[in-house]
Ligand binder design. Structure first.
Ligand code: FES
Ligand code: FE2
Length: 351
């Protein structure tokens, strides 16, 4: 085995970020504080919030949140934390409610987050209500994508999403309709999964189903401002059958948008710990009628075959990143420019 110093000295190409960054608790805390809790994060698609009272609640990077459509039709976002004794107000999931009634002692908040009832509390309930509201979270939506920002003062939204608007032009993703969601726990750091998404180098080895269609000679990852787009030609004769390809876009830090002719998968890699993450999927299609159910389901199954291969390899890689033998490795100048771009942005957090 080479020493870490020797590994560094022999580098010709750009190297990966250090292995420690994939399992160290301090690094994870810094990424939560400086990135996930500070910047704009994609939360869900608007199709999950179709009418007043619809809400989505889940824990993003360790913080329970809820986004709902208010009575006025506007999106609102709050920390899902009751101001009484810190229970989650709403059960996590996707549903619809008239009021936000805390699951513990029944305090009721209106859709603006203001406390309006504290049943049986005693004392001056009116003044308690006046001084109590849920902790607010910033919320914005673009092209049907709902973003939140937990920071008190949100950074520029436009800067945060970089070239995403440009990349999605004409894709019509705001018109997609909700079909299904899925969540998969993963035993890997969020970066391990994302950087796997950032290169097509592994396709011929890891993804036989995808490799049938993709022409690796033309495959490239094109980074833009805070995004990267995969571009590829198809193998001759596969133009008609290729269902697995389309517009694949990564958005810094933890989102992948896989857009196909008839639908899309939205992937959010939700950090849950230094060595764990949750892959949150939202499946949307142009047509979600009963007649299309079987076809849509088939498209999901096919995409999940590929995802499962990715999850499996990421968990294997994670074990080795945590095992203390490997320090850094060289990145392919032909195929891993997307990983280089991702690592540059990660380094900027820790510099
Ligand atoms: S913690 Fe919410 S009502 Fe008590
Ligand atoms: Fe993959």
């Amino acid at each position: 085995m080479q020493s870490a110093a020797k590994q560094e000295a022999s580098a010709d190409n750009i190297r990966t970020i250090p292995a420690r960054w994939y399992h160290d608790a301090g690094i994870y805390r810094a990424e939560c504080e400086k990135l996930f809790h500070a910047e704009w994060m994609l939360f869900c698609h608007e199709a999950l919030l179709p009418s007043p009272g619809s809400y989505v609640a889940y824990t993003l990077a360790g913080r329970p949140l809820l986004v709902l459509r208010g009575k006025d039709g506007e999106l609102k976002a709050f920390h899902n934390v009751c101001r009484h004794r810190a229970s989650q107000v709403l059960k996590e999931g996707q549903s619809k409610t008239e009021v936000l009634r805390c699951m513990y002692h029944g305090w009721v908040y209106d859709t603006n987050g203001q406390l309006c009832k504290a049943p049986g509390f005693g004392g001056d309930e009116k003044s308690l209500c006046e001084r109590t509201s849920l902790f607010p979270v910033h919320v914005r939506s673009v092209e049907g994508l709902v973003f939140i920002c937990m920071a008190e003062k949100a950074p520029s939204f436009e800067k945060s999403i970089g070239d995403l608007g440009k990349a999605l032009q004409g894709a019509g993703i705001a018109d997609f309709k909700f079909f299904d969601t899925a969540a998969h726990p993963m035993k890997c750091n969020w970066k391990t999964y994302i950087e796997n998404y950032m290169e097509g180098y592994h396709i011929p080895i890891l993804h036989p189903e995808l490799n049938r269609d993709v022409d690796m000679a033309t495959y490239k990852v094109v980074p833009g401002e805070r995004i990267a787009r995969h571009e590829t030609g198809l193998k001759p004769g596969r133009e008609k059958e290729a269902q697995n390809t389309g517009l694949w876009i990564w958005l810094w830090p933890n989102v992948a948008l896989n857009i196909y002719k008839n639908g899309m998968n939205l992937e959010i890699v939700n950090p849950t710990g230094p060595e764990t993450a949750e892959l949150r999927y939202c499946y949307l299609f142009r047509d979600v009628s009963k007649e299309m159910e079987a076809e849509n389901r088939q498209a999901i199954d096919l995409s999940f075959t590929v995802t499962q291969q990715d999850i499996d390899i990421c968990e294997i890689v994670q074990k080795n990143l945590s095992a203390g033998v490997y320090e850094t490795g060289e990145l392919s100048p032909r195929h891993e420019n997307g990983v280089v771009y991702f690592h540059d942005l990660v380094r900027a957090i820790h510099s």
